[in-house]
Ligand binder design. Structure first.
Ligand code: ADP
Ligand code: MG
Length: 623
C-alpha cells in the first residue's frame, strides 16, 4: 500500500495530512487519488461509509484547483445539511495550508444572502445540498458555469431522498467538459442511471465487495413480539451499560415517541428527525457528540449526516422500508477502525427480511436472545463494581470521613460492600425480578405467504392486523396487483403487506400492527377509479373466506355509495380503537407499562436533574 507521498499530492496537502495524523491512505483513497490526480476523467467510486471518501475526492480537488483564481471550480453535492457542513469542515482542514482557499457551504435553513455573499468573495469550492443549490441558481446568486470538478457524494442517498431532479437541473448549469466524480456506498439502479446519463466513460473503483457492509461490524437480531419492541430496546440498553448508540425508527412519529419514552424512563436519549427545527437538531447533535446522550433515536434521513466515530451500537428498532438502507444504518458504527454491533429488533412477520439483508451485506446475522432480567442485573452490578474499582478518589471526601466512619463503625467490609451495591442493584432487581421472557422462538414463525391461494390461517396474529378492503377481482385486482397497489399508495416497503386474499368484490390483507393507524388514516378519503376505497380492520381472525356480515354485499353503486362508505369508515375507526390490539400498534406500543429501573433511580437517588435530552441518567453517564 502507498503512502500519501507516493500518491503525488502537493506539499501543502501533505503537511495538512501530517497535522491530521492520517498515517496512510485508506483503500478508497489509495485507489481514487492517483486516478484523479493523473487524468482528467469521470469516476464512480463505491465504498462503505467510514472508509474515507471525503479525502478521496477532497485531496485531488484541492490539489487541482487554482487557489489564486476566485472562480468557482469545484462543486460538491451532498444529501444533508449535516454532511454538507462536515465536508466543508474537512475540506478546510485538508486545505489549511492552501493559501487563498475559500470553501463555502450552501444549505437550507440558514441565510441564503449570507451564503451568496461568501460565494461572491470568491469561493473556489462550493459544498451544497441539492435543494438550496437549485434555489441559488434560480435566483442567480451563484455561477457554476466554469466548474471543472463536480462531486456527487453519497449519490445513492441523494437519489433516495428524491433529489434526482434537482441534481439533473444543477448539472445542466455546469459545463459539459467538466469531470464528474460520483461516490456512493451502494449502486442501486438509479445511481447506475446517473452514471450512464451524466458521465463520460467513468473509471470505476470498488472498495470491498459491492454493497458489502463494514467488516468491523457484527450483526445480531432479536426476535420478539411487536408489542414487546420497546421493552426489548430497554433491555438491550440496560445489558450494555456503556452503550453509545443510534436507534433507528421508521417514521418521524415513532422516532419522537421512542425518544420521549426513553427520556421518561430515565435514559439519556434524544430524538433526531426532520420535524425538529434546525436549532433543536443542532442541540441534540451537540449533546450526542459530547456523549451526554447515550441513545440517539433517529430517522434514516436525519441520521445520514452523523459522523461520530465511537458509536458502539446501532439498534434497528424497526427495519427500514428499503432493506438497502440497512447498510447505511449499520455503517454508523464500526468506524475509524473500531468494532461495532448492529442489532435488529425484529418481529415474526419481518424475520424473513433478515435473510435478504444477509444477501446484501454478504454476512451472516447471529440470532441472539434478549437478556433476561437477572442477566441484566448482573451486568449492571459488575459494571458498577468495575467503575468503582477504577474510580479515582476525590479527597474532598476526607473531611467527612470521620463522621462516615462513625456511622459504619460496626459494619464489616463485606457488609458495607453489600449495602453499597444494593443501592444500585436493588433498583434493577426490583424492576427485573418479575420480568418475562421477551424472546419468540424461530419455530413459531410461519410462512406468511403460504396461504395466499386461499383457506389457510389468514387471521390477524398477535403482531399483525388483518384488514377488509372493498375492492376485489371485479376491480381488476389479483393478489399481487392488490399488494403492489397498497405498497404504492401507502409508500410501504416490499414485505409490509402480506396474506393478501382477493375475492370478487372485496379482499383481505395483513400488515404489522404498527402500520394500522397509517393505513386506516390513509383510506379515510382515498378514491380509486372515482370510487372511495374503504378499509376496515377485519374481525375475521380465523379462516380465509368468511367475512363479517356487517359488511354485507361488499360494494354498492351509485350516489348512495359515497355516504355509505363514509359511514363505514368512521365506524371502523372507532371499532378499531375500542377492541383488540390494546397493547400493540403504534399507539399502544408507547403507552406506559410500568416504571423502569432508571426512572426509580431518579426518584430515590436524589439526583434531581431534570430529564431533558441533554441530562444524563444518574450513574449512567458514559465518561
Ligand atoms: P466516508 O465519507 O467514507 O463515510 P469520511 O470521509 O467521513 O468517510 O471519513 C471517516 C473518518 O475517517 C473521518 O473521521 C476521517 O477524518 C477519517 N479518515 C479519513 N481518511 C483517513 C486516513 N487516511 N487515516 C485515518 N483516518 C482517516
Ligand atoms: Mg462521506
Amino acid at each position: 500500500m502507498n503512502t500519501f507521498q507516493d500518491l503525488g499530492l502537493n506539499e501543502d496537502l501533505l503537511r495538512a495530512i501530517t497535522d491530521l495524523g492520517f498515517e496512510k491512505p485508506s483503500e478508497v483513497q489509495d485507489k481514487a487519488i492517483p486516478i484523479l490526480l493523473e487524468s482528467e476523467t469521470d469516476l464512480v467510486a463505491l465504498a462503505q461509509t467510514g472508509t474515507g471518501k471525503t479525502a478521496a475526492f477532497g485531496f485531488p480537488m484541492l490539489h487541482k484547483i487554482d487557489v489564486n483564481s476566485r472562480t468557482t471550480q469545484g462543486l460538491i453535492l451532498s444529501p444533508t445539511r449535516e454532511l454538507c457542513l462536515q465536508i466543508t469542515n474537512e475540506m478546510k482542514l485538508y486545505g489549511k495550508y492552501c493559501k487563498g482557499l475559500n470553501v463555502v457551504a450552501v444549505y437550507g435553513g440558514s441565510s441564503i444572502t449570507d451564503q451568496a455573499r461568501d460565494i461572491k468573495k470568491g469561493a473556489q469550492i462550493i459544498v451544497a445540498t441539492p435543494g438550496r443549490m437549485k434555489d441559488m441558481i434560480n435566483r442567480r446568486l451563484v455561477d457554476i458555469s466554469k466548474i471543472e470538478y463536480a462531486v456527487l457524494d453519497e449519490a445513492d442517498e441523494m437519489l433516495n431522498m428524491g433529489f434526482k431532479e434537482d441534481i439533473t437541473d444543477i448539472l445542466s448549469f455546469t459545463p459539459k467538459e467538466k469531470n464528474t466524480w460520483l461516490f456512493s456506498a451502494t449502486m442501486p439502479r438509479e445511481v447506475a442511471a446517473i452514471a450512464k446519463n451524466f458521465m463520460r466513460s467513468p473509471q470505476e473503483i470498488t472498495v470491498g465487495n459491492k454493497n458489502e457492509s463494514t467488516s468491523q461490524v457484527s450483526h445480531e437480531y432479536y426476535l420478539v413480539n411487536s408489542r414487546d419492541r420497546y421493552d426489548a430496546l430497554k433491555r438491550l440498553a440496560d445489558a450494555n451499560p456503556d452503550i453509545f448508540s443510534v436507534v433507528f425508527c421508521r417514521t418521524k412519529n415513532d422516532t419522537q415517541k421512542v425518544a420521549e419514552r426513553l427520556i421518561e424512563d430515565g435514559y439519556s436519549a434524544g430524538a433526531l428527525h426532520g420535524d425538529l427545527s434546525q436549532n433543536q437538531r443542532d442541540l441534540v447533535m451537540k449533546s450526542f457528540r459530547n456523549n451526554q446522550i447515550q441513545m440517539l433515536v433517529a430517522t434514516d434521513v436525519a441520521a445520514r449526516g452523523i459522523d461520530v466515530d465511537d458509536i458502539t451500537h446501532v439498534i434497528n428498532y424497526q427495519l427500514p422500508d428499503e432493506i438497502e438502507t440497512y447498510t447505511h444504518r449499520s455503517g454508523r458504527t464500526g468506524r475509524a477502525g473500531k468494532t461495532g454491533v448492529s442489532m435488529v429488533i425484529v418481529s415474526k412477520s419481518e424475520v424473513r427480511k433478515i435473510k435478504s439483508i444477509e444477501r446484501i451485506i454478504n454476512k451472516a446475522f447471529e440470532k441472539k436472545d434478549i437478556p433476561n432480567g437477572m442477566a441484566i442485573c448482573e451486568v449492571q452490578l459488575m459494571s458498577l463494581a468495575n467503575k468503582i474499582h477504577h474510580t479515582e478518589v476525590n479527597h474532598e471526601i476526607d473531611k467527612y470521613l470521620t463522621s462516615i466512619n462513625e456511622l459504619f463503625e460496626d459494619t464489616s467490609k463485606d457488609e458495607l460492600i453489600k449495602k453499597f451495591f444494593s443501592v444500585e442493584f436493588s433498583r434493577f432487581f426490583n424492576y427485573y425480578q418479575k420480568s418475562k421472557n421477551l424472546n419468540v422462538s424461530e419455530g413459531d414463525v410461519r410462512d406468511r405467504d403460504s396461504g395466499r391461494d386461499g383457506g389457510r390461517d389468514f387471521g390477524g396474529s398477535a403482531d399483525s392486523t388483518r384488514y377488509f378492503i372493498n375492492v376485489g377481482s371485479k376491480d381488476g385486482f389479483d393478489w399481487m396487483q392488490l399488494k403492489d397497489f397498497l405498497k404504492e399508495v401507502l409508500e410501504l416497503g416490499r414485505d409490509d403487506v402480506f396474506k393478501v386474499e382477493v375475492k370478487d368484490s372485496f379482499s383481505f390483507f395483513n400488515t404489522e400492527n404498527e402500520l394500522k393507524d397509517k393505513i386506516l388514516a390513509f383510506f379515510t378519503d382515498y378514491k380509486h377509479n372515482g370510487r372511495f376505497v374503504n378499509v376496515e380492520v377485519s374481525e375475521n381472525r380465523g379462516g380465509g373466506g368468511r367475512r363479517n356480515d356487517r359488511r354485507g354485499g361488499g360494494r354498492s353503486s351509485g350516489g348512495g355509495e359515497r355516504r355509505g362508505g363514509g359511514e363505514r369508515r368512521s365506524s371502523s375507526r372507532s371499532d378499531s380503537g375500542s377492541r383488540g390490539d390494546r397493547r400493540s400498534g403504534s399507539g399502544g406500543d408507547f403507552k406506559s407499562n410500568g416504571s423502569s429501573p432508571n426512572r426509580s433511580a431518579r426518584r430515590s437517588g436524589g439526583d434531581t436533574k431534570t430529564s431533558d435530552s441533554g441530562a444524563s441518567r444518574p450513574r449512567r453517564s458514559r465518561r
